[in-house]
Design a protein around this ligand. Sequence first.
Ligand SMILES: [Zn+2]
Length: 112
Amino acid sequence: MFFASGKTGLAAVCDVCGRHVTDAKEADIVWFPPTGGDKVGDTFEPFITCKESCNRKFEERAAERGEAFAHFYTQELNVGLVWLLQNSGLMPLGGKKMKEAKRSADFFDSIS
Ligand SMILES: [Zn+2]
């Protein structure tokens, strides 16, 4: 995302309304594993929605397209981000790898 400060960075944006998510507890990650997509290494495209109205609209649009709700998954964005950190090898939060990543992020923020 390009921010008003002139900086750029990763940000969560609702796939329904386009709003920048600034509170991860107020958004969900939704994904539809393909039929038979249950093998180790299978990947799925995630979608981000605001909770409640946008999540409901997303589900309605998916139903109109005939998406398989038998394999519909949703998770709060804050929980999903913890899993992303875990699966990216950055956990624990106060660990060496996380501290190194934070130092790098702070450095790049200071020079941009
Ligand atoms: Zn939204």
